[in-house]
Design a protein around this ligand. Sequence first.
Ligand code: AMP
Length: 229
Amino acid sequence: MLRVVLLGPPGAGKGTQAKRLGEAFGAEHISSGEIFRANVQEGTELGRMAKTYMDVGDLVPDDVTTRMVVEALSRARGGYLLDGFPRTIPQAEALERELNDRGEPLSAVLAFVLDLEIAVKRIAGRRTCSACGRPDNVEFDPPKVPGRCDACGGTLEQRSDDEEGPVRRRLEVYRESTEPLLKFYSERGMLREIDADGSEDEVFERASAALADLRGGASSAEASRGARP
Ligand code: AMP
């Protein structure tokens, strides 16, 4: 069973890849950012609290975030891909304790490696369809009709924290709080680096080869056809 953390700076394509990899490998995609955004949309107390941090590109406090993700993990039936968590050393330590208690340690950590300059450019072009949720990039893969989703024709929207001010802060937070996790997991022999510079398909091939290797042998082509763990 795959229990994997995806690490990388904002804009590295973790979310897009996590969705595709989750489908290909039959693992649940658990995104802390998406759980927060869903709570913001539903207007829950958690959402209202989280929004004050998200709007400016800061991290939501560790205890709240960890509790929320551990709950989501408890509901996951099979394997999972954790996208956006952990983001700090205390979160990583809490996750490690929780998984050790369960006797279900992580299989590995995939680190998406990307130059921060490229990450900034990608984020500037990033849009999401308000109707079907499909990610798009107006810089790298412009939609056929400007402002409209290629898949369903819905309106493409920019995340408010993808605007310039919050993005600058998110990159700063990444460098200060999240980058140290590379060393944390490398010391534990768990880190696998994925070159995230390339097309979505190229990065998917690299990441799925790494997951197939972890799972023991199935080729990435088999995984793409939807083989189960
Ligand atoms: P993301 O979609 O992963 O880029 O997350 C969007 C925002 O949600 C982040 O900028 C944070 O404000 C918040 N967030 C998501 N995951 C975490 C986390 N593990 N710890 C703290 N805040 C988080």
